[in-house]
Design a protein. Structure first.
Length: 249
């Protein structure tokens, strides 16, 4: 990659970082002295980034009905099922994350290289007159290289999140599985915490009280974060972030 391309890319990254950080700064100045505003309640399927979920489906089986029968073929219960089963229904997701991870890694690398290219007899140079020796050196290329690297890394992390989130069924797949999404916002003083839960749930995994545990949700997505005074203090200034990205050291 040429130097000009590298400089152009660095300039582009700097411009993007400056624009994004400026927007964030103006947004903070706009709500200076105010608490973070709550987001309006929206339809998840109308969001710009929403895409219907497509997953492998079994062959559809035609439904059959028996005349004068109180039992419908394929029904899971005799009485009406009050659990979520169609678009717009609400169910409760039990989030209980207690994750502990501990890793320790050590890497050592050492490499030595030597290159020595002799051209004394290259293409019959030894048969030429003496002036050729001054034109053709004895060694065209001589290099020595020594590389060493020592790397140590340690991770000791413990995460815990226990809460309940009400989710809405946004899509019912052809096999009956449901795509759910739930969002929760809690504002305490000048700090607002956001929790997002999304995934695919089976009707059979929904308990009788219309709740489902997070490990039973396929393609689960859980996002927990916040914004406000405390988050702004803990976030590095945009100049420091841009410097960390652009500097190669």
């Amino acid at each position: 990659m040429s130097k000009r391309v590298v400089l152009l890319r660095c300039a582009l990254l700097s411009t993007v970082a400056l624009i994004s950080s400026s927007c964030s700064t103006f947004e903070q100045l706009k709500h200076l002295g105010e608490t973070p505003p709550l987001s309006p309640v929206k339809n998840p399927t109308s969001e710009p980034g929403y895409k219907p979920v497509q997953m492998p489906m079994p062959v559809a089986q035609p439904a059959s009905y028996n005349p004068n029968s109180l039992w419908r073929n394929g029904s899971r219960a005799f009485f009406n099922d009050q659990r979520a089963h169609q678009v717009g229904d609400i169910l409760t997701v039990k989030v209980n994350i207690n994750d502990t991870a501990e890793f320790q890694d050590q890497t050592q690398l050492q490499r030595s290289t030597t290159e020595d290219s002799e051209i004394t007899n290259f293409l019959g140079a030894n048969t030429l007159a003496n002036p050729s020796k001054s034109i053709l050196p004895g060694s065209l290329l001589t290099t020595n290289g020594n590389t060493q690297m020592n790397g140590n890394g340690t991770i000791n992390r413990q995460d815990q999140l226990v809460t309940n989130v009400a989710a809405v069924v946004t899509q019912v797949l052809p096999n009956g599985n449901m795509v759910i999404e739930g969002k929760q916002e809690i504002r305490l003083n000048s700090e607002m915490r956001e929790l997002l839960v999304a995934g695919v749930a089976r009707p059979e995994d929904i308990e009788s009280d219309n709740t489902i545990e997070l490990p039973k949700i396929a393609e689960a997505r859980v996002a927990y974060g916040g914004k406000g005074t405390l988050t702004n203090i803990q976030t590095a200034p945009w100049g420091q972030q841009a410097t960390s990205v652009l500097l190669p050291f």
